[in-house]
Design a protein around this ligand. Structure first.
Ligand code: GLY
Length: 377
């Protein structure tokens, strides 16, 4: 089993295990005497590997709870519901709370465990590509509040994250590609030759899907994900390695970790606007749009040409489309301005935008939002 660590100085503070299937999860849980599992109900119903995990939990006598995980239910109410369930089931300070689900489930369960009895241990089995490469690594937990994304939360490291591509076979194509946006983001930050490798693999996977009739596309996709297990394990491990390195150097986002927000200031504004008008744009889809907007801003800041179509923006948009994403933002940047200025990373009226110098090199730039609007016209 491959192991990638997150460090604080010399000390390992979180372990990420990457394994082909869920079988080794049982061993990972052996060291914890009192485990409590919280699973996304959608995963419980649709993911074949969830049956295997349920078998492991049964053998270990682990109490389980299902949650409805969506951006709408990612609230303090759900967190308090999880805490109440832990209390009812006698969870003590030695408990390990295991989250099985996508990013929303991991964020909520991690937050609930972080405040329950002033903090108990928690671990994740991320079941979406997005959670595997981003949300379930690095210790960011939290919920949405007052119409703003992830406004309440804490950075606290999970004991371990157990990643396996087996859980991805039941993930719909749309959700899979949402994770592709976060994976490509990671390789834009630190490349090591993986950006192009990811584009090659993911566009090859996506090509077959896009030409099939709707009825057979879902089966094709599931087989396709299974057939690309080795490539996915490699790419996910590489993305996790990049993120684990950054978090080890800057756990609490004082500097380098800000790079992981590439495209996210735009993405959060897009998500907030979409939620207001009940438009269906997922986090990963908003990140894809945010990446293209960040690329445009980068071109305008570094290359300065306001007339011609910008080069980083153009090539990134093509790459994302090839991988099955539609990165065209439906909102003008002026409409996003008010939300971006409330970004939780804003300091002294300026927001830290992450700009792309080239694939593998990004830099943080503090810019006033009205300046950004002017540049991006
Ligand atoms: N999702 C960005 C981070 O974990 O820092």
């Amino acid at each position: 089993m491959e192991q990638i660590n997150i460090y604080s100085g010399e000390r390992i503070i979180s372990r990420i295990f990457v394994q082909e299937d869920v079988a080794e999860l049982e061993k990972c849980l052996d060291r914890y005497p009192h485990v409590f599992a919280v699973m996304d109900s959608n995963v419980a119903m649709n993911c074949p590997a969830a049956m295997k995990m349920a078998g492991i939990m049964n053998r270990k006598g682990v109490p389980g709870k299902l949650v409805d995980a969506s951006e709408e239910t990612k609230t303090m109410d759900t967190v308090m519901d999880i805490c109440a369930w832990l209390l009812d089931n006698g969870a003590d300070r030695d408990a390990l709370v295991l989250a099985v689900g996508g990013g929303v489930t991991c964020d909520m369960v991690g937050f609930a465990a972080s405040i329950y009895k002033r903090g108990v241990r928690f671990a994740y089995v991320p079941t979406t590509l997005l959670a595997q490469v981003d949300a379930a690594v690095g210790g960011k937990t939290g919920v949405n509040f007052d119409r703003y994304k992830n406004m309440l939360g804490i950075i606290r490291q999970q004991e371990f994250t157990y990643i396996c591509p087996q859980v991805l076979v039941s993930l719909p194509h749309r959700e899979f590609t949402a994770g592709v946006a976060e994976m490509l983001k990671t390789f834009i930050i630190e490349d090591n030759g993986n950006y192009q490798k990811a584009i090659d693999v993911l566009s090859e996977m996506s090509q077959g899907y896009s030409i099939l009739p709707q009825e057979s596309a879902a089966d094709y996709w599931s087989d396709c994900v299974a057939a690309y297990t080795d490539e996915l394990m490699y790419l996910v491990s590489e993305a996790v390695r990049v993120k684990a390195g950054i978090v080890s150097r800057d756990q609490f986002e004082k500097g380098e970790r800000r790079k992981l927000n590439l495209g996210h200031t735009f993405a959060h504004a897009i998500e907030t606007l979409a939620q207001r008008e009940d438009r269906d744009i997922s986090h990963g889809e908003a990140v894809a749009m945010g990446l293209v907007m960040a690329a445009r801003l980068s071109d305008r800041v570094f290359r300065g040409d306001m007339e011609t179509p910008t080069e980083t923006e153009g090539s990134l948009a093509i790459d994302l489309c090839d991988c099955g994403l539609f990165p065209q933002c439906p909102y003008p940047v002026e409409e996003m301005a008010e939300i971006m200025s409330k970004d939780k990373k804003a300091e002294g009226g300026k927001v830290h935008f992450i700009l792309i110098r080239e694939i593998g090199e990004v830099v943080s730039y503090a810019l006033a939002v009205d300046e950004v609007c002017r540049l991006m016209k």
